[in-house]
Design a protein around this ligand. Structure first.
Ligand code: SAM
Ligand code: SF4
Length: 431
């Protein structure tokens, strides 16, 4: 989501006549779009901005701005902590970036704008799409779920969904410019549109309706989305995934914990039975579907038994990928006040166990694909070795192959898989 916001801001600034440079030493303005989800992300950002103190001494005319979630959370405090920073812009104030930069150039003053605003922010529909086949579209902002561990509702505000027509028009526009795959973004995407309805029940979310409209766009080849909340994952959405050829067979469905006791403490509003019901329905309707998830280990009060429940559930679903996080207390959230915090050594141990399990499973899943032929969307030269090209299967597996002159980025081609690792498939073009 931050990547999308950063890109939109860059696109707005380019339109205003700015230029993007690749070396920070040659920049006049340095912007940091920050994340607050875990403490480590904030510390990294503060560390990186701290290092720039030296550059600012040599080049006192540069402007340094901190944007996004940490800016929203800390506001003025950041200007005190990092006195070489010129401005701080919170999540709802990103639309003011060009105005703030202009103001700074005319009259140097410390600025901190962190007011919240329920309007959808101006300029966040802008894109930079040169040399890309795939692009993000943010369809909603904020979150109303208040999971007990999570800072997002406090720094990104209340859920706001964009109108369907606006999203469809944005998708059509970028497809006309060459984009073949879109990934829709929202913190609680399966509840898209619900806050405009009087009856906030999972079955009333019009997210599936939006997928049908996007599936009709000529030239668009694939649709992905992240992250749906299991509580709002209704049957219409399950049917849309099964019926719509452009919606990919790879679903990211965060579970967070495999223990019902912990899920309740997390205020997740579902239990493992509800979660498994969605998984089973999807597996029955879409046989080659793959799943990925988010899991937090060592949430306050997590016993060995609770942890094993997460480990077992991961095996039961057979996740192809998982973002595994060690619980990080976030000031102001209910879980941070809990007395049952888990020691760092146990957090680390549980994290390592799940990482090892995941690697064994993905190696096995990928090995089973050797000898099969899979359709991939071609992305272009691989970052590691530009002689070889890369693409992704509908199930989101990175696939490496030797290119040929008739194939270009954005094509859908068939690859016969001859080798694999836990992360990657390798194969040859099938003509
Ligand atoms: N809205 C998405 C959902 O509910 O699935 C997730 C968005 S959150 C920004 C991304 C992931 O970060 C969460 O799914 C959770 O696993 C993890 N996360 C959030 N707060 C955390 C915390 N305090 N400590 C560790 N991980 C956290
Ligand atoms: Fe955070 Fe929960 Fe909202 Fe996801 S649904 S952003 S985890 S509060």
């Amino acid at each position: 989501m931050n990547e999308r916001d950063s890109e939109a801001m860059a696109a707005v600034l380019l339109e205003k006549g700015h230029e993007i440079v690749t070396d920070e030493k040659t920049a006049d303005v340095l912007l940091f779009n920050t994340c607050s989800v875990r403490d480590s992300a904030e510390r990294k950002a503060v560390g990186k901005v701290g290092i720039l103190k030296r550059l600012k001494k040599i080049k006192p005319d540069i402007f340094i701005g901190i944007l996004g979630c940490m800016a929203q959370r800390k506001g003025d405090e950041l200007l005190k902590e990092l006195p070489h920073v010129d401005f701080v812009l919170g999540t709802d104030q990103l639309g003011r970036l060009p105005e703030v930069i202009e103001k700074e150039t005319k009259k140097r003053e410390k600025i901190s704008y962190t007011e919240t605003n329920s309007d959808i922010i101006q300029g966040l529909g802008h894109h930079l799409i040169k040399n890309k086949t795939s692009e993000f579209i943010s369809i909603m902002r904020g979150c109303d779920m208040f999971c007990a561990y999570c800072i997002v509702p406090y720094v990104r505000g209340r859920e706001k969904s964009r109108p369907q027509d606006e999203i469809v028009n944005e998708a059509k526009k970028i497809v006309r410019l060459g984009i073949k795959e879109i990934t829709l973004l929202g913190q609680n995407i399966s509840a898209y549109g619900l806050n405009q309805r009087t009856n906030i029940r999972p079955e009333n979310s019009p997210f599936a309706e939006l997928l049908y409209k996007l599936n009709n766009i000529d030239g668009l080849k694939r649709i992905r989305f992240a992250s749906p909340h299991p509580y709002f994952f209704n049957d219409n959405l399950i049917n849309a995934i099964a019926e719509l050829p452009k919606v990919c067979n790879s679903i990211h469905l965060p579970i967070q914990s495999g223990s019902d006791k912990i899920l309740q403490k997390m205020n997740r509003r579902y239990d493992t039975a509800i979660y498994m019901d969605v998984i089973k329905k999807l597996k029955a309707k879409v046989p080659d579907i793959t799943f990925s998830t988010d899991i937090i280990v060592a949430f306050p009060g997590e016993t060995e038994e609770d942890f094993l429940a997460s480990k077992n559930l991961m095996n039961e679903v057979g996740f192809d990928n998982a973002y595994l996080f060690k619980y990080s207390p976030r000031e102001g959230t209910p879980a941070a006040k809990s007395e049952n915090q888990i020691p760092a050594a146990i957090k680390e141990e549980r994290h390592q166990i799940l990482l090892a399990d995941l690697s064994v499973r993905t190696t096995k899943h990928n090995k089973a694909l050797e000898g099969t032929t899979l359709e991939i969307l071609v992305e272009g030269p691989s970052k590691r070795n530009s002689e070889r090209w890369t693409g992704r299967t509908t199930t989101n597996k990175v696939t490496i192959f030797d290119p040929c002159p008739s194939i270009k980025p954005g094509d859908l081609i068939n690859i016969k898989i001859d080798r694999s690792t836990s992360m990657t498939l390798f194969g040859k073009i099938v003509s």
